[in-house]
Write a protein that binds this ligand. Structure first.
Ligand code: NAP
Length: 211
């Protein structure tokens, strides 16, 4: 698969790109193609392009840009049509010393879907700190994937499975992205308030059949 990571020069985008490059051909997308090329140099087989060219060339597009920049997506709706789009975007704000969800309702992923009406949008990687992806071996964790169809979930899940130790879990339709994204400020606050290292999602199952 050719995967474009928009925001691939940033903290999370570069970390996702590094991990996805294990099983995919990665294209780093930046507002500045020169910066994209520079960032691509550290990833085997990767190339760097401007957003438009990166989306045109890709089969899958990952958004790892700030929520405040989401409007950028509107001009990409043409080339993104018919493609799988993954949103790792979390709308966050700092309030009273705690991180809070920064949208009154809905989610960044639903907003992205409305800007890209011809694309299949799913969430992934929202609740993982980039720090987890900077190592060669990622610790086992669960990646919550919300998507409007089970087929889109499976496409996104296969991308996640390409990174050893990650287990994709279906979180329901894209409207559930509002829950998935809200977990991120909770996790960041948990780690800060309890003075732990970075935390990520890992769900445990009962030994029996759960009845
Ligand atoms: N950091 C994490 O651990 C983490 C974890 C999970 C999810 N996320 C999500 O990933 C997204 C990116 O977070 P980040 O921490 O990686 O941020 P970052 O280090 O600031 O990187 C953001 C990247 O987005 C690009 N960008 C595009 N439009 C922009 C604009 N108007 N203003 C600033 N940058 C713009 C920039 O690339 P160019 O300048 O090259 O265009 C930049 O490299 C956020 O939505 C965040 O919630 C982050």
């Amino acid at each position: 698969m050719k995967v474009a990571v928009l925001g691939g020069t940033g903290e999370m985008g570069s970390a996702i790109a590094k991990q996805l490059s294990r099983s995919n051909q990665v294209i780093i997308g930046s507002r500045d193609p020169a910066r994209a090329s520079e960032a691509a140099r550290s990833i085997a087989g990767a190339e760097g392009l401007g957003y438009l060219e990166a989306v045109q060339k890709a089969d899958v597009v990952v958004f790892a840009i700030p929520y405040s920049a989401l409007g950028e997506a509107a001009r990409l709706s043409g080339p993104a049509t018919g493609k799988l789009v993954i949103s790792a975007v979390n709308p966050l704000k700092l309030e009273g010393g705690l991180l809070k969800f920064a949208k009154a309702d809905g989610s960044a992923a639903e907003e992205l879907a409305s800007l890209l009406p011809g694309s299949r949008v799913a969430t992934a990687f929202n609740n993982v700190s980039a720090l987890f992806f900077k190592t060669d071996e990622v610790v086992p964790m669960d990646i919550l994937v919300a998507a409007d169809s089970k087929e889109t979930y499976e496409e996104a899940a296969n991308l996640v499975r390409g990174i050893p130790n990650l287990r994709p879990l279906y979180a329901g339709p894209l409207s559930e992205a509002r829950i998935v994204e809200r977990i991120t400020p909770l996790i960041l606050n948990l780690s800060r308030l309890n003075k732990t290292k970075s935390l990520a999602t890992k769900f445990v199952a009962t030994e029996g059949n759960g009845k």
